[in-house]
Design a protein around this ligand. Structure first.
Ligand SMILES: [Zn+2]
Length: 331
């Protein structure tokens, strides 16, 4: 569950959201709901992946269930009481978490939610957290619809999704949507102080993506992509076709490699220094902006070919030959 967001908020006592980075307005909205005792019984946390939606939902549930004596009005969790400890261990009797089983959330899982809400032995408040709610299939959505419309007292649904449109309209219209956005570069830096500039830019505001980018495989792929482009720009096209081999081991890898190459070109066009190795940077700078834009267009085409399952080796080689011709045929 750790997406790099600090967990000190949950394991030791603190006010809700105080150590959650990013999406301040969403945190505020949740706090206002509690303050005004107007907690909507069906919430949808909607926004890009890897920004901490599930994390914040769990922090919120923890704070609402915390059993410690609260001196102030501020919503907080102690991190020490039985309730907090059970929640942190993922064993809280008042929380039912649903994750997709395979590609979808099925009707049996929806029925389990309804059963859970019917249990009498439970303490007052109970929560159902449905992760990746865009994967609810039609039958599951329909099964939940009635209970979401008329939920039992003190029962709360939180649907978490990266694709609001994929949730059936009838469920959406009965819920309050809390929107999340990507994290700002400064917020990403706050969570991952060691992240490099290029990683911050390439992560597009997602902490999950930022963690991915810090992996060794990812660093190697990026280096290989740069070496490939550098070799092509130097006119060593046979070497370039050779260097494409590690980039095309799989389609996802090939697509990432293309995006690293695109990012290098975009950085040059935008005059952003220091994002690619200096030797590559100077070769890119020596090309005209027109050529660089053309190159970007041809990379988008290459990406399209990979997405439509073209032979990766042929597609990359074709791209190399095309650019070798374009850059060096007059020499
Ligand atoms: Zn507590």
């Amino acid at each position: 569950m750790s997406l790099g967001q600090s967990s000190s908020d949950s394991s030791s006592g603190s006010s809700f959201g105080s150590s959650f980075v990013g999406n301040g307005p969403s945190v505020k909205k949740l706090l206002e709901m509690v303050k005004g005792s107007r907690i909507h019984q069906s919430l949808i946390f909607s926004g890009p992946e890897g920004v901490g939606k599930k994390k914040l939902a769990l922090l919120w549930i923890q704070a609402l269930l915390c059993e410690a004596d609260k001196k102030s009005e501020v919503l907080s969790s102690c991190g020490q009481c039985g309730s907090c400890l059970r929640l942190l261990k993922g064993q809280h009797e008042s929380l039912f978490v649903v994750e997709p089983s395979g590609l979808s959330i099925k009707v049996d899982q929806a029925k389990e939610c309804i059963q859970f809400l019917g249990l009498r032995s439970l303490s007052k408040k109970r929560f159902i957290l449905i992760n990746e709610a865009q994967k609810l299939n039609v039958q599951a959505s329909n099964a939940l619809l009635k209970i979401v419309e008329e939920p039992p007292a003190d029962s709360y649904f939180i649907f978490i999704t990266s694709s609001l449109e994929a949730i059936v309209q009838t469920l959406r219209s009965r819920s309050q949507v809390i929107s999340f956005g990507p994290l700002k570069p400064s917020e990403l830096k706050q969570v991952q102080p060691d992240a490099e500039e290029w990683q911050i830019l390439a992560s597009m505001g997602s902490l999950a993506k930022l963690s991915d980018l810090e992996s060794e495989d990812e660093q190697t792929l990026r280096k290989d992509s740069h070496r490939f482009l550098y070799t092509l720009l130097r006119g060593a096209f046979v070497d370039a076709t050779d260097l494409s081999k590690p980039l095309i081991e799989s389609s996802p890898k090939a697509l990432k490699a293309i995006s690293y190459i695109c990012n290098a070109i975009v950085a040059t066009l935008k005059n952003q220094k220091g994002l690619v190795p200096i030797e590559l940077e100077s070769l890119l700078v020596s090309q005209s902006p027109h050529i660089l834009s053309e190159m970007l267009n041809s990379l988008l085409l290459l990406e399209k070919n990979i997405l439509s399952n073209a032979d990766k080796k042929i597609a990359f080689d074709h791209w190399v030959y095309q650019w070798n011709d374009q850059l060096f045929s007059g020499q």
